[in-house]
Design a protein around this ligand. Sequence first.
Ligand SMILES: Nc1ncnc2c1ncn2[C@@H]1O[C@H](COP(=O)(O)OP(=O)(O)O)[C@@H](O)[C@H]1O
Ligand SMILES: [Mg+2]
Length: 327
Amino acid sequence: MSGRALLEATDLVKRYRANGGLFGAARGARAVDGVSLAVRRGETFGLVGESGSGKSTTGRLLLGLEKTDSGSVSFDGAPLPAIDSVAWRRQRARMQMVFQDPPGSLDPRMTIREQLEEPLVIHGMGNKGARRERVEALLDAVGLGRELAARYPRQISGGQCQRVVIARAIATSPDLLVCDEPLSALDVSTQAQIASLLKDLQARIGMALVFISHDLRAVRQLSDHVAVMYLGRIVEEGNAQDIFDRPLHPYTKALVAAIPKFGDDHARPSLLESAPAPPHEATGCKFRSNCPLAAASCAATAPVLRSLRAGRKVACGVVSDETSEAA
Ligand SMILES: Nc1ncnc2c1ncn2[C@@H]1O[C@H](COP(=O)(O)OP(=O)(O)O)[C@@H](O)[C@H]1O
Ligand SMILES: [Mg+2]
């Protein structure tokens, strides 16, 4: 599993203008605050964190759907082409995204067949006959009956909509698929079906998958590698099983401890609800007001993500492999 990463992001920063702010984006809160990550070919990279931690923004930046304030992304060894350039549009065939809201991602005036054919037409793939066959193969691949091709989005269920959205995203056989909360609009049994569909497609097609979710159970089920985000930063990263078995960062520990056990569907209160969000200008570690390990030094400097052993990275000034071993 070594070799060059398919996608590499370096120090991404994105600020949004605070509502009515006079000073514009330069003074805005940092939705993404120095994120670096690498996604390898064929792997599932889970991006997890609570609502507002910057996951969706990171996903959009990775595909160049939004401009970064600073930092860079490279795909297959080359910098992402400028947004909306011809080269970028061409590249989109190789990097696709599934957004959170399945019905909202489909055009209500187009049949399912037309929606699935559209990316093939845009990217000039195949003649009419070949595209027809491809649409049928896509419906098969996502477990939908071919008779659905003639229907409109309002005539199918939410779970079927999500299957169509996924089918459309893989129509051009992308090397990378970014799925932003692909399960959250679905009921529990449909969530399980779509999760296993994604796992199955990923294995069969061999594409890399960036799986964005606030649902740790789903992330654990699907991911090879996991990055945990907190207030715009990655606070911990590593092999998925490792992270869930032996979380090191106090924030990850709290998240993992709050995963509902099987059969317990009562959501635990969010960790972030217990304390007001610190102002973004604050120096030091942003987690310190919630942190059981906080020391005086945590107020002085913001921890950077540093490598521990076995590919684990942690952004914490206190924790080390040894302290967690002892805990
Ligand atoms: N288009 C936008 N305009 C202004 N603020 C935004 C925009 N998109 C996201 N944000 C803010 O950036 C932060 C991170 O948001 P987001 O990336 O959507 O997080 P997540 O996907 O983890 O819930 C949040 O505080 C959110 O309110
Ligand atoms: Mg989001």
